[in-house]
Design a protein around this ligand. Structure first.
Ligand code: GLU
Length: 441
């Protein structure tokens, strides 16, 4: 029987979880679930200043939020210290390592790298990798203060956990040449490696917090769904090989394949992430959307009921247009409060032109005269007016929209008017006309 595939996520908690790290977790998770292997979690908590209990808690919460369930117990790297030091002693005894007094600060243990030949391996993502031994250097595995160094701890813990595949960011490629030699010296099989491409910004530089949100917690705050972030990050370096982008977790697990992973840098595109989030929000069950909608309104100090009621119909319009939950109060305020803000550019473009006040009044009069305040009747009315003026509907719909909502985007115009109700719509059209005449807008 083939050996069980075991992968692990081995973060060093620092308080915030960077998308690059969680992307590595996602790839490990997808691969483990695809092959029916195990996805282990090892917390590399040796930096005691940064790996505080809160930082570890944040990490675990981010993983839970993204549905990255792991198998077995968490391994904490600090718990393995005695083992790390014992193996360092063995490496010394066998001549794979030596002691050296560095800078007069006490002795450290140094691992011997080969002096000739090449170190090579086949990377599941990057292909065949090699480095000349003469281009490598011996390196410290135990510091003079007696603490094991990352390379030793990382490799030993992988052996202890029986890790068969190491999937991590390609900033670790250089380390891999060192680690391979450690595995060999210890007499353990060298695992398979998959180094995931760097995540870059639009300029092709490593994506950092200066480029925008870079931590899982920020996306959560901004109203991105965990499903979106998972799906989007899964596509940073992998594609199913067909046109699918929005995929269920089961579909991703099914399709995941290192053969379809790309070695070239993966561009983080906030616009695309936001588009994808809109797709996910549109597919949310109504109750879930409504609960989040209510929460966001309350947090913004807005009432729960729209001014003109019809919350259900309002949600029918808003849900498919919501890109992130955080946008909700700003996008919907005018349905809940009479004192809605006006977008300055929209005012300049759609309301300031000569004759707009008169036009809005004319429209209000026409709508007031309709026997039936229905979406269809309003549309027919505005269409007829546009035809009579020989301009078409365009020059009419834009000023109406900006007048009643303060915005250029939102639900279909006639649905919007219907949702606001006849009295309120007319009041706003006339109110804006009066303000324009008075020079108050
Ligand atoms: N703690 C290391 C990191 O977060 C582990 C890398 C690894 O081997 O996966 O970069």
């Amino acid at each position: 029987m083939a050996e069980k595939i075991r992968v692990r996520f081995a973060p060093s908690p620092t308080g915030k979880v960077h998308i690059g790290n969680i992307r590595a977790a996602i790839f490990n998770w997808l691969y483990a679930r695809h092959v029916g292997g195990e996805f282990l979690l090892r917390v590399e908590d040796t930096d005691l200043e940064r790996s505080t209990p809160e930082a570890i808690q944040t990490l675990l919460e981010c993983m839970a939020w993204l549905g990255l369930d792991y198998d077995g117990e968490v391994m904490y790297q600090t718990s393995q210290r005695e083992h790390h030091l014992a193996v360092a002693e063995e490496l010394l005894a066998k001549g794979y390592a030596y002691k050296e007094n560095k800078g007069g600060q006490g002795e450290c243990v140094i691992f011997r790298m080969p002096k000739e030949g090449v170190i090579e391996y086949d990377d599941l993502v990057k292909g065949h990798m090699k480095k000349k031994a003469k281009d490598t250097q011996d390196f410290v595995i135990v510091r003079s203060d007696g603490s094991p160094v990352f390379h030793l701890a990382n490799v030993l813990d992988d052996i202890t956990q029986g890790v068969t595949h190491i999937i991590r960011g390609d900033d670790h490629v250089e380390n891999t040449f060192k680690h391979i030699q450690l595995f060999k010296a210890i007499g353990a099989p060298v695992p398979q490696y998959a180094h995931l491409p760097m995540i870059v910004n639009n300029a092709g530089k490593p994506y950092s917090k200066r480029d925008g949100s870079a931590f899982v917690g920020e996306f959560r705050e901004l109203g991105y769904l965990p499903e979106t972030l998972f799906n989007y990050l899964a596509l940073l370096g992998w594609a199913p090989g067909d046109d699918r982008e929005v995929m269920t977790r089961a579909e991703m697990v099914e399709a995941f394949d290192f053969a379809k992973c790309k070695a070239s840098p993966a561009r983080f595109d906030m616009k695309k992430l936001t588009w994808m989030n809109g797709e996910y929000i549109a597919r949310q069950p109504r109750e879930a959307y409504e609960a989040e909608f209510a929460k966001r309104l309350a947090a913004a100090g807005l009432p729960a009921e729209p001014l003109n009621g019809h919350l259900g119909e309002l949600l029918d319009q808003i849900q498919p247009r919501t890109k992130t939950y955080a946008d909700i109060p700003g996008n919907c305020r005018y349905f809940f409060e009479e004192a809605y803000p006006f977008d300055e550019k929209a005012v300049a473009k759609r309301l300031k032109p000569e004759g707009t006040a008169e036009l809005l009044e004319e429209i209000a009069t026409a709508i007031e005269a309709l026997p039936d305040f229905s979406i269809e009747a309003m549309e027919a009315c505005i269409r007829a007016m546009g035809e009579a003026k020989g301009t078409g509907m365009g020059p009419l719909v834009h000023p109406i929209r900006v007048a009643v909502s303060g915005k250029t985007e939102g639900p279909g115009l006639f649905e919007m008017l219907w949702l606001l109700g006849r009295e309120r719509s007319l009041g706003r059209l006339r109110g804006v006309a009066a303000k324009l005449r008075a020079g108050e807008l």
